[in-house]
Design a protein around this ligand. Structure first.
Ligand code: SF4
Length: 356
């Protein structure tokens, strides 16, 4: 592989084709960190406005560390993978305590921060400080596997080591920031999943899979993701003008977000079974007048390892029970204070849409 020529062609292509993005116009490690965490599992088009809002509200480590976690989650609402936001907040505290608010410089120190793994360490240190460490994300795996027509699966220990070494060999040590950005951009814009247009690619001269016509078969993944089905039956209890929320505290999806009282089952539950479920009976005990006023259709929420089948049922009661008193009673005008999972927003919309 002619790494010198590859680096040159890649850099020239990048200068001509790169997207102008705010986090590329800075060497501030804080802003680069925020953008990298937002863009994990999120497309640029979706993450762009979140990044701008986040930086506007929390322009530096100090303001982020001083914020309440609820506000951080509220700004994150809709992006999913909420542990990323909780970790950002926790890491901001670490930076204040350990480094007096100054973002650490060395890869060793950066990698000790909460929620920062090898990928993010390499991205922050190379983009902010030009540290010569290769970044390997999904786009880079794809480019490298295709460039070398390599069939080693990318999701195995041996594969991760192999591609990390390869990326480091290809890296332009003097221009790590530009090189890493260019590799990632090539994967995002040119060497795309599915069928890439190899005739327009700056690396086609050296690309082994292009010459063998095997690019669409690469990269190879070994493991198939197991998908778990879950059934979430949310109940919006209303007494007078008050409805109820609870905070998700368990180590599970949406930790620290708010939701309606929930009955989770491993199988679907019809409305009659919902009304006789022990949790429902506890929340409503002593109420003679239990009225179901509205109910959404079932909505499927797809996460990477879980399919969540959700439904929202609105129930009016005449009096508060001890079980409901333990939850958070909310007036509608205060509802915006609580960060909720995206699915709750969608179910709320469904209920409004179904309104007679
Ligand atoms: S020639 Fe095709 S397969 Fe090879 S790196 Fe370029 S776009 Fe990817």
């Amino acid at each position: 592989m002619n790494t010198k020529e590859i680096r040159k062609a890649l850099a020239q292509w990048y200068e001509r084709n790169k997207r102008i993005l705010p986090w590329r116009e800075t060497h501030d490690p804080y802003k680069i960190w925020i953008s990298e965490i937002i863009l994990q599992q999120t497309r640029v088009a979706q993450g762009y406005n979140y990044y701008l809002r986040f930086i506007e509200r929390f322009p530096d480590v100090k303001t982020l560390a001083e914020a309440h976690e609820d506000e951080v989650l509220r700004l994150w609402q809709g992006l999913g993978y909420y542990s990323r936001a909780r970790n950002l907040h926790a890491a901001a505290h670490q930076i204040m305590e350990r480094y007096n608010g100054l973002f650490p410089h060395t890869p060793e120190d950066v990698s000790q921060l909460k929620g920062i793994g090898d990928y993010t360490t390499a991205a922050i240190c190379s983009f902010a400080y030009n540290t010569p460490i290769a970044v390997v994300d999904g786009n880079v795996y794809r480019v490298l596997a295709r460039l070398t027509a390599c069939e080693i699966p990318i999701d195995t220990t041996i594969g991760k080591k192999h591609y990390a070494q390869l990326a480091q060999e290809v890296l332009d040590q003097q221009n790590a920031a530009l090189h890493n950005q260019a590799m990632m951009e090539l994967g995002a814009l040119q060497c795309v999943p599915g069928t890439p247009d190899c005739t327009q690619c700056p690396l086609s001269t050296w690309c082994e899979s292009a010459s063998k016509d095997t690019a669409t078969l690469l990269p190879i993944k070994e493991k198939k993701t197991k998908v778990r089905a879950r059934y979430f039956h949310y109940i919006r209890f209303i007494i007078g003008n008050t409805f109820y929320l609870q905070k998700r505290t368990a180590k599970d999806i949406w930790q620290h977000l708010y939701e309606y009282p929930l009955i989770e089952t491993e199988e679907p539950l019809d409305t009659a079974s919902l009304l006789t479920h022990p949790s429902f009976q506890k929340w409503t005990e002593g109420n003679d007048d239990i009225r179901i006023t509205r109910q959404t259709n079932i909505r499927k929420h797809v996460l990477s390892h879980q399919h969540i089948h959700t439904q929202l049922t609105e129930v009016r009661l005449s009096k508060e029970t001890p079980a409901l008193a333990k939850l958070i009673g909310v007036q509608p005008e205060k509802a915006d204070m609580y960060a909720v999972p995206r699915i709750i927003e969608l179910l709320n919309n469904d209920i409004k849409l179904n309104q007679p």
